[in-house]
Ligand binder design. Sequence first.
Ligand code: ATP
Ligand code: MG
Length: 360
Amino acid sequence: MARELITLEHIYKSYGDQLVLDDLSLMIKENSFVTLLGPSGCGKTTTLRIIGGFEYPDSGAVVFDGKNITDLSPNKRNLNTVFQKYALFPHMTVEENIAFGLKISNKSQQYIKDKVKYALKLLNMDGFEQRKPDSLSGGQQQRVAIARAIVNEPKVLLLDEPLGALDLKMRQGMQYELMRLKNELGITFIYVTHDQEEALTMSDHIIVMNQGYIQQEGTPEMIYNEPENAFVADFIGDSNILRAKMIQDKLVEIQGAKFACVDVGFGQNNPVDVVIRPEDIELLEPEKGIIKGRVLNTVFRGVHYEMEVEAHNYKWLVHSTRMKEVGQEVGLYVDPFNIQVMNVPESEDEEAISELEQTE
Ligand SMILES: Nc1ncnc2c1ncn2[C@@H]1O[C@H](COP(=O)(O)OP(=O)(O)OP(=O)(O)O)[C@@H](O)[C@H]1O
Ligand SMILES: [Mg+2]
């Protein structure tokens, strides 16, 4: 098992009277691709800046390779950052931009030349040495910013929404390149994004944040398939989230109908939330489902149809490769394994969820 490289221990950080990080603790393993994911303002950049040494916590510790580095300046930490608003030096060529950090650390000319050449090749930018940043596309500038960070051979690369300015196609291309870079260079990536798909695609480990604390962490599969609360379920992908009643172990009542599930330990007749992914709902003959509904609308999405089915005043979102006509009566069936039971969220999570829904 990979060893621990960075840990944050009980970090608190406030700006004025706003508490931005609230007892944040996390651990990052060597050579992993870890993503901090969460809505705007949840504290991702602040966390990254504390790891990088550009910001100091009010209390708590940053430990790197077993050493407490909480008070160490950024240039004494073996890591490099690509900032949310990356800035290349406009008057310098691509080559000079990339070489800048190496020059100030007094490396030999030959060493610098070789390193720059290697970095440009790695990022498919050979031939661009003499160009100025304003003659490059957004994606090319982004590559130069990354090349500039990796020539210093950091143990850790911190990336703050590095692909935010790129269009979808270019972003996907760069996602693959970053994953390739991580594997080729063997460095640890700490990546910040508010884009769920990006996080699911690239990460070994995802840390979902909201309002300065961690909601859930785990592999992309865990976060997607087994969200621990309604905030995570709602933030990661489309889902049906319903208030329900846990009748007993392995039996939950949703809108008056009893669904078999696999969850235990939620007590008897307790309120819970359930999350059911749209692709996990089967539409059968009306009598064969667990509850009956009527198709409200159907949209073709390429691989699947996206349908809204109304049952007991709730609009279920259903994805299926088989289309049902609008107005058709259907029976909804869900396999017990595909029902995820969660504790009812705390009030501030409820607020965050309603905010998320408003911005969708
Ligand atoms: N220097 C600062 N002074 C005062 N408040 C700050 C400062 N930096 C950040 N904040 C506040 O701290 C909170 C968290 O900010 P942070 O930049 O960490 O969010 P984020 O998760 O990176 O958001 P985004 O996705 O929009 O980049 C925000 O409410 C922000 O306004
Ligand atoms: Mg940010």
